[in-house]
Design a binder for this molecule. Structure first.
Ligand code: PLP
Length: 397
């Protein structure tokens, strides 16, 4: 039967990675990868994670299953991170959170849960969005649609067309919103825009589906949850999906969560039972180790403080590199103004150059990025930033 399967087009990012590996140039620079890197180009295990991990491994006396909904301490810790300790929807018993295998698992569980309640429900995704949103939500049974999000010429959120499109959506339809650090464009909603979007959802009865995979990497843990907290306080129903891949660096451990705010505590109980049942039908039980680490850190004052500090360092590095790249490009007097990069947040931004220029960067200057010109800011460091800026300035001449 497998000979009947259709061949797949090559994956854009994997293709760039292959070209990068094959390039023998000693000064080659990879800005295409999707993970955080430090000044030395490593994606290290956080010190707080190492400490938690040791304690957990020593104390662990069984490998039996945890629970379908995962580690209860982790789920509580995630709720505090997302909504803040005293959020009214938590107090009202309207929130249900299940541990999932990564943010991707969270998107799948939340998508299936929505599709169970409203078969074929329509979800509007930002254009552009993280490419994995489409297969994850489509296979959950949702109907995919888009709204305009990024103005490539002005390098900012295209808010009016976005609102105009969503104003035509029907009651009960969903809006996928990046909570912070938009992937791929780096342009986030301002507080005023979150407010306007909340009002629109209220007026048109739309359900926000917030994917917050980078909490803490834009402005701070609380600041980055502004939209989640606002919408969860004002709207009857909100879906939130989060990930510990980036902010705790737990990528391969597969830790994330799907959290649902329901209209009342009764509906929340139904959501909890159905979310667990959905998970049972996909992967049965979540992995333990990563969530045990995250849960331990979130529940231990000393380790939490250490993690918050490590997270602040990652954030400061990203925001500092944004500023540095903009300054380095400005002194080279490039014909394009790149100051928008310093206003964007998270790991990614589009340089906004042409595909031909991206290819020249790769072939002539050994600087690699995906063809959309999305760069991973964390791939830059103090040792290569001048070469990156020189190369960009050269292809823009
Ligand atoms: C926007 C967005 N959502 C979700 C994820 C999920 O990540 P993971 O499944 O590795 O936790 C990512 C990872 O790159 C992402 O960029």
């Amino acid at each position: 039967m497998f000979e009947t399967l259709k061949p797949l087009p090559p994956d854009a990012i994997l293709g760039i990675m292959t070209l990068f590996r094959a390039d023998p140039h000693p000064g080659k620079i990879d800005l295409s990868v999707g993970v955080y890197q430090d000044e030395q180009g490593r994606t290290p295990v956080l010190a707080s994670v190492k400490r938690a991990e040791k304690t957990i491994l020593d104390a662990q006396d069984s490998k039996t299953y945890v629970a379908i909904a995962g580690n209860a301490g982790f789920n509580r810790g995630i709720e505090d991170l997302l909504y803040g300790k005293d959020h009214p929807s938590l107090k009202a018993g309207r929130v249900v959170t299940v541990q999932t295998p990564g943010g991707s698992g969270g998107l799948s569980v939340a998508g299936h849960l929505v599709a169970r309640a409203t078969p074929g429900a329509r979800i509007y995704m930002s254009d552009p969005t993280w490419p994995n949103h489409q297969p994850l939500l489509k296979s959950a049974g949702l109907t995919l649609d888009t709204y305009p999000y990024y103005d490539y010429a002005k390098h900012r959120v295209d808010f009016e067309p976005m609102i105009a499109r969503l104003d035509k959506a029907n009651a009960g339809e969903l809006v996928l919103i990046h909570g912070c650090c938009h992937n791929p464009c780096g342009a986030d909603l301002s507080k005023e825009q979150w407010e306007a979007l909340t009002q629109l959802c209220e007026r048109r009865n739309l359900v926000p589906f917030i994917d917050i995979a980078y909490q803490g990497l834009a402005e701070g843990l609380d600041e980055d949850a502004f939209g989640v907290r606002l919408m969860a306080a004002r709207l009857p129903e909100v879906v939130v999906v989060t990930s510990c891949s980036k902010n705790l660096g737990l990528y391969r451990e597969r830790v994330g969560a799907a959290s649902v705010v329901s209209a009342n505590a009764e509906a929340a109980k139904l959501a909890a039972a159905n979310a667990a049942n959905v998970a049972r039908g996909i992967y049965s039980m979540p992995p333990d180790h990563g969530a045990a680490i995250a849960g331990y850190i979130l529940g231990n004052a000393e380790l939490r403080a250490q993690w918050v500090k490590e997270l602040a360092e990652m954030r400061a590095r990203l925001n500092g590199l944004r500023r540095l790249l903009v300054d380095k490009l400005a002194v080279r007097k490039t014909p394009m103004d790149f100051s928008f990069i310093a206003k964007e947040r998270g790991m990614f931004s589009f340089l906004g150059i042409t595909k031909e220029q991206v290819i020249r960067l790769r072939e002539e200057f050994h600087v690699y990025m995906v063809e959309s010109s999305r760069i991973n800011i964390a791939g830059i460091n103090h040792g290569n930033v001048d070469r990156v800026a020189d190369a960009i300035a050269a292809v823009l001449k």
